[in-house]
Write a protein that binds this ligand. Structure first.
Ligand code: DX5
Ligand code: ZN
Length: 258
């Protein structure tokens, strides 16, 4: 069976499709294939895979070997979120494992030091980041760039403007753990990006649930990651449907993102 493609950017003014990506961080890792199949059967569009290295974030999760195992059990779009230092180090391994999207953190891509990201500018692309985007595409994966809650969205704009990026991930919690509270102030960054790039895939991640989705949807997010709200629900299909219809309603309202 063919693997699922990502929604196309429309090269126009239309927001790309509402896409729901349950985060497998909230799954039972001992029954991962089964849990993933259940989510896809219940309506998940993608599976979000949180990769943490214990260095960029204070937690350890999974790496390419788990993605390779999972790939044998699913054709789903594997949306890999690399919360790691030195993100260029894992591109080949994830491509080989069968990842579809490789989303790295902008803060980690400018150099190995914790303060290297201060070298990033809103006016010109940083060569290390450009090279990483090209490397991901050359490895036949989609390119995602993630920004933490304190990172200005202007810093990611040069890469989107140059056509190097398929998706921007706006974190709505500090990366590292599932089950944290949604940070409403972070969605202003999604709105900034939506108003600048009407056809960009904009993902939000952290604390998304039926009681927080409307803020993210009004801000223009169209790709919704949800871990605890979906895996912890008695009726995950109903939760995914609620998240998706909130995004679709906001997109069709005609109102500018805010
Ligand atoms: C946090 C991860 C998230 C996390 C979301 O660092 O990137 O994907 O699993 O979990 P919830 O939806 O529970 O906030
Ligand atoms: Zn994530």
């Amino acid at each position: 069976m063919a693997r699922v493609p990502m929604p196309k950017r429309s090269a126009g003014h239309d927001r790309p499709a509402a896409t729901i990506a349950p985060s497998i961080l909230s799954a039972d890792f001992a029954r991962l294939a089964e849990e993933c199949k259940r989510m896809v059967d219940l309506g998940a569009d993608w599976l979000h895979v949180d990769v943490m290295d214990g260095h960029f974030v204070p937690n350890l999760t999974i790496g390419a070997p788990v993605v390779a195992s999972l790939r044998k059990h699913t054709d789903a779009f594997l949306d890999c979120h690399l919360m790691v230092s030195n993100p260029e180090q894992w591109v080949k391994d994830f491509a080989k494992a069968g990842a579809d999207m490789y989303t790295f953190h902008l803060e980690a891509a400018a150099g190995p030091g914790p303060d290297d990201w201060h070298a990033l500018s809103p006016d010109a692309p940083h060569q290390a980041v450009v090279d990483l985007c090209h490397g991901i595409r050359a490895a036949h994966m989609h390119v995602g760039i993630a920004i933490k809650p304190s990172t200005p969205p202007e810093l990611v704009a040069p890469y989107v403007a140059e056509g190097l990026v398929d998706m921007v991930l706006v974190m709505t919690v500090e990366p590292g753990f599932g089950g944290q509270s949604f940070m409403p102030q972070a969605v202003a960054k999604a709105a900034f990006l939506r108003n600048k790039f009407p056809d960009l895939n904009i993902q939000v991640d952290g604390g998304l649930a039926p009681n927080t989705i409307d803020r993210a949807a009004e801000a223009g997010a169209n790709v919704i990651v949800a871990g605890s709200a979906v895996f912890g629900a008695a009726d995950p299909a109903a939760v995914m449907k609620t998240l998706k219809s909130s995004v679709a309603t906001a997109a069709s309202s005609g109102k500018p993102a805010h």
